[in-house]
Ligand binder design. Structure first.
Ligand code: DNO
Ligand code: MN
Length: 360
């Protein structure tokens, strides 16, 4: 298991590379050029700049998250070919600085969705929270028009500069079914996977978060069946999955341990975090510890260990603790604690295995 840590870039993250390199066992950053809009080519000099910044701290840049997919690709519009060409150019450029995994997602309009970024918990910390009724009772178009007054919803995609586009985007997706979205994903993968394979890069799709449809938009990366179907679209080691225990885990019907068992060869990148799912479908992000949430994180680590996992792993999100002011979900403290939990379980399993070898 190769531990990496997400870093949003100089001036765009409260956590520094100096801090990251002091977390035990962290060998690289998970990065992106966050200011470049989806669909555009990434300037080579900017890529090299991040590589050099990381190198100064002994960290590698082998994992990119995300190279975002332009909406026209997800919508299947004729203009998608241009954006796919840019995507291919980015894959080739990233290969030259040693990138091995590109995480991406295929969610229409929005990435992850939460209703509260600072939900207070019993111990006084706060964390990202999803209240099902709040999202499911909403007419998105009505929401777009009242968005300036309504700050209750928080997710990437609602940025003020994007609001004028939102109505148009919702209209564009009105006719797009889940089956259409699968077709558009297949078209995209048929174009990019051969290039990725040739350049030694694995394209690892991130599950939808939450893993069900919101605002009437189709969502297709929701559980084991989706992963099976994804892998059947293009047969290549480069067609793979970011196994996010928290995103899939928001639906308790998803058995993450068994999914790792079934798909481990096509998981180059693990996101490990816990969520506590309530009976009404609400969920909150918790500490990584198994006892604190619904996902059996110790069991997840055990599953990776059993299958000899050599891929990359990041603690994904953390709570906001000890008064830390940071990007929602991306503080230093709780993610570093999470890493130590993951290593603790991993190292104990390593020792147990070594002990067995000695005694046999
Ligand atoms: C949630 C996070 C996501 C992820 C993007 C990848 O679990 O890992 O924000 O970064 O969906 O495209
Ligand atoms: Mn994730």
């Amino acid at each position: 298991m190769r531990m990496v840590f997400r870093w949003f870039g100089e001036g765009n993250d409260t956590v520094t590379l100096e801090q990251i390199r002091q977390i035990p066992g962290v060998e690289g950053i998970v990065w992106a050029l966050h200011d470049i809009p989806a669909g555009e080519a990434w300037p080579m000099e900017r890529i090299i700049e991040v590589r050099d910044q990381a190198l100064r701290y002994g960290l590698h840049v082998e994992v990119v998250e995300s190279v975002n997919v332009h909406e026209d690709i997800k919508l299947g519009l004729p203009s998608r070919d241009l954006y796919i060409q840019n995507y291919i150019d980015n894959i080739k450029k990233l290969a030259t600085v040693g990138v091995k995994v590109i995480c991406y997602n295929f969610m229409p309009i929005f990435d992850w969705a939460r209703t509260d970024l600072h939900k207070e918990t019993e111990d006084g910390s706060n964390a990202l929270f999803f209240e099902k009724d709040k999202i499911h009772g909403i007419d998105p178009l009505e929401l777009v028009s009242s968005i300036t007054r309504n700050s209750a919803l928080t997710m990437p995609g609602w940025e003020p500069e994007r609001l004028s586009q939102l109505t148009q985007l919702f209209q564009a997706y009105r006719e797009v079914t889940a089956e259409d979205l699968w077709d558009h994903l297949a078209y995209f993968l048929e174009a990019v996977i051969p290039v990725a394979e040739e350049h030694g890069i694995r394209m690892a799709i991130h599950p939808d978060d939450p893993p069900w449809s919101i605002f009437g938009l189709p969502r297709i990366m929701t559980g084991a069946d989706s992963v099976r179907r994804l892998l059947s679209l293009v047969d290549s080691p480069s067609n793979s999955v970011t196994m996010c225990s928290g995103s899939f885990g928001a639906n308790p019907a998803n058995d993450i341990v068994s999914m790792i068992g079934e798909f481990h060869e096509q998981i180059p990148f693990a996101h490990i975090r816990n969520v506590k799912v309530f009976d009404n479908g609400d969920f909150i992000e918790t500490s990584h510890r198994t006892q604190d949430g619904t996902v059996d994180i110790a069991g997840v680590v055990k599953a990776y260990h059993e299958h000899g996992f050599t891929g990359y792993c990041r603690p994904d999100h953390g709570r906001h603790i000890w008064g830390e002011q940071c990007r929602p979900g991306y503080g230093l403290y709780d993610r570093a604690l999470g890493i130590m939990y993951l290593w603790g379980v991993w190292d104990a399993l390593e020792q147990a295995r070594a002990g067995k070898e000695v005694s046999s």
